[in-house]
Design a protein around this ligand. Structure first.
Ligand code: B4P
Length: 196
């Protein structure tokens, strides 16, 4: 019954490497357009803090800079969407899909996304941003060794996700090495074209 409702959801995916500015741009989109934001990274960190068995296993995985099993991510995502479906005015799902199979599963079980926003940033810039955030984030994965690993994981598993949506004609690629306001101006153009 829940799944039937979810199938009616409007969904925009936000993808890009670690430190590509997903969270930052999502905040701006929520403020301007009133979308409902789901950050998969935040869901996973909340699960860790909740002290469940599922959470305990996640800490270890995230501190290795690798991806959490797709089945776990999908369950958390469905729970989070279900909790908000009655009030949601379109979802932006941030940090998903991070592997092609995640996108395929979502499409099969829930719905096709409207499009995937992709933030295109060099490894150097991503690394710089994450190291800067490390001063204040308290995130155990914001350290040089794990950042390197996260970038590797990203190139191997998440970059193919861009190609997957390009093939479907659904990728919206945004150059995102610059400052957050200039990047947001590009995001606004994409959303305007999409009718928002
Ligand atoms: P996430 O929480 O998604 O972490 P992230 O990739 O680092 O992105 P985040 O949104 O935090 O950073 P942002 O680029 O906005 O994932 C963490 C871990 O969770 C993964 O490694 C993985 O293990 C697991 N996980 C998450 N999703 C998963 C999935 N679908 N499947 C399996 N596992 C999953 O910003 C970074 C910094 O840059 C910030 O400090 C920001 O202020 C700064 N910044 C942003 N834009 C800037 C700009 N234009 N100029 C200067 N600085 C900027």
């Amino acid at each position: 019954e829940d799944l039937a409702k979810l199938k009616t959801a409007k969904v925009i995916f936000v993808i890009g490497g670690p430190g590509s500015g997903k969270g930052t741009q999502c905040e701006k989109m929520i403020a301007k357009y009133g979308f409902t934001h789901i950050s998969v990274g935040d869901l996973l960190r909340a699960e860790v803090l909740s002290g469940t068995d599922r959470g305990a296993q996640l800490t270890e995985i995230m501190e290795k800079g690798v991806l959490v099993p797709t089945s776990v991510v999908f369950e958390l995502l469905k729970e989070a969407m279900s909790a908000k479906i009655d009030t949601a005015n379109g979802f932006i799902i941030d940090g998903y899909p991070r592997e092609v199979c995640q996108g395929e599963e979502f499409e099969k079980e829930i719905t096709e996304c409207q499009f995937a926003l992709y933030f295109d940033v060099t490894d150097e810039t991503m690394t710089e941003r994450l190291l800067k955030r490390a001063d204040t984030s308290g995130r155990s994965d914001d350290n040089p060794e794990i950042i390197k690993k996260r970038l590797e994981t990203y190139h191997k598993l998440s970059e193919p996700v861009l190609a997957y949506y390009e093939e479907k004609g659904k990728a919206k690629k945004i150059p995102a090495n610059g400052n957050a306001d200039d990047i947001f101006a590009e995001v606004e153009k994409v959303l305007k074209e999409a009718g928002y």
